[in-house]
Write a protein that binds this ligand. Structure first.
Ligand code: NAD
Ligand code: MG
Length: 395
């Protein structure tokens, strides 16, 4: 039996992961599930998947979970606090760790799993944006298996030969074509985007996801974070990645080779495909996703991204080129700005403005040989700066 810890089990990716795991009870066992505050959903998951441990980061939610599970014959041990996350990511029973916490909050437990050489199923793209060099170095040192869950990166991984880690140029790759749906505002004018509401931003045309990544898709910051993620995962540079708007989200990304061949991975937009791919890898097994029907899809469209209407994508590309602490600041400021937008404190264009001004306030510094504490200090500093900018805009 393969033991699996699911970090962020109550979220969109977490729920899809448990759906796939439950199809193979003879193969996988839930070691631990974790969540931030949603004790009710966690209680349901504990009854259905019977993990050994359940972590609620929020102490009040942990107390509530213990009450909710009091009548279970063998309830899981309930832990609380951020230490609990690292503990269940690192325990020997956990062979695989699904990293599906949203934001930089996922970094510590993801690193803990990587340090112990586990198979890490990485949905939490923010950990690579914040600590790409550190995480990749940790994976190389420990021999961990880092498998991308983000649909684009999982697609690219599938289109690359097994020895791609030797360098993309050595395996004949010319460039990566990173597809993007364009989000709910793809065809909106700048004027209309300026008054977009949180409900409109969270209404993604193709994917059902958590609120933070939904807003990131609407600003296209998500594609920028993914470009940085791809640079680390595939050891390449922003110049070798082209963002391609593809509204149908059927092609999840492509790899262009020097002989003119272009390989793509296609499928219905359902995260259970990349999740099942990474759980079964290097084998394959059914995921519960309906087969792709090309006749129903009928056509696939492509267009170039518009960096003027989507300034967050331009900011992320700039931060990727700059490197150092720029991606850390970009990510932290974006997390603060998105939360402020969702709370109604700033308008939609305010997100790009806060990120841009934060990057100007905190010039990039080298991260070479820097450890986790340095990165977290930069992250905190950027959050404070972005909070201040939000307050100034909200006044
Ligand atoms: P979500 O908001 O639906 O779920 C987030 C999970 O993390 C929840 O279980 C929540 O309890 C937990 N969490 C939130 N804040 C936390 C904190 N401070 N500490 C500990 N736990 C916390 O998010 P999601 O859509 O499932 O996305 C999760 C990650 O996967 C993100 O990094 C996102 O970018 C990435 N991702 C998601 C999708 C998707 O389809 N949803 C696709 C690709 C990548
Ligand atoms: Mg994606």
């Amino acid at each position: 039996m393969i033991g699996v810890t699911v970090l962020g089990s109550t979220g969109s990716i977490g729920v899809s992961t448990l759906d796939v795991l439950a199809r193979y009870p003879e193969r996988f066992r839930a070691v631990a599930l974790t969540a931030n505050t949603d004790a009710e959903r966690m209680a349901e998951q504990c009854r259905a998947h019977r993990p050994d441990f359940a972590v609620m980061v929020d102490a009040g939610a942990a107390t509530r979970l213990r009450e909710l599970l009091a009548d279970m014959p063998q309830p899981p041990e309930v832990l609380s606090g951020v230490e609990g996350l690292e503990q269940v990511a690192a325990m020997p029973e956990a062979d695989y760790v699904m990293a599906a916490i949203v934001g930089a909050a996922g970094l510590r437990p993801t690193l803990a799993a990587a340090r112990l050489g586990k198979r890490v199923l990485l949905a939490n793209k923010e950990s690579l944006v914040v600590a790409g060099a550190l995480l990749m170095r940790t994976v190389a040192d420990s021999g961990a298996e880092l498998l991308p869950i983000d649909s684009e990166h999982n697609a690219i991984f599938q289109c690359l030969p097994p020895n791609f880690t030797e360098g993309l140029d050595r395996v004949g790759v010319e460039r990566i074509l990173l597809t993007a749906s364009g989000g709910p505002f793809r065809d909106w004018s700048l004027e209309r985007i300026a008054s977009a509401t949180p409900a409109q931003a969270c209404n993604h045309p193709n994917w059902s996801m958590g609120r933070k990544i939904s807003v990131d898709s609407a600003t296209m910051m998500n594609k920028g974070l993914e470009l940085i993620e791809a640079c680390w995962l595939f050891n390449t540079r922003p110049e070798h990645i082209q963002v391609v708007i593809h509204p149908q989200s059927v092609i999840h990304s492509l790899v262009q080779y020097s002989d003119g061949s272009v390989l793509a991975e296609l499928g219905n937009p359902d995260m259970r495909t990349p999740i099942a791919h990474a759980l079964a890898w290097p084998e394959r097994f059914p995921s519960g996703v309906a087969p792709l029907d090309l006749f129903t899809i009928a056509r696939l469209d492509f267009q170039a991204p518009d960096l003027e209407r989507f300034p967050c994508l331009a900011l992320a590309i700039q931060a990727a080129r700059e490197g150092g602490t720029a991606p850390v600041v970009l990510n932290a400021a974006n997390e603060i700005a998105v939360a402020a937008f969702l709370d109604g404190r700033i308008d939609f264009p305010g997100i790009a403005a806060v990120v841009s001004e934060s990057l100007q306030c905190l010039p990039s510094r080298s991260v070479e040989e820097q450890g986790l504490e340095f990165l977290l200090a930069v992250d905190s500093e950027a959050r404070a700066c972005a909070e201040q900018l939000v307050r100034e805009r909200a006044d």
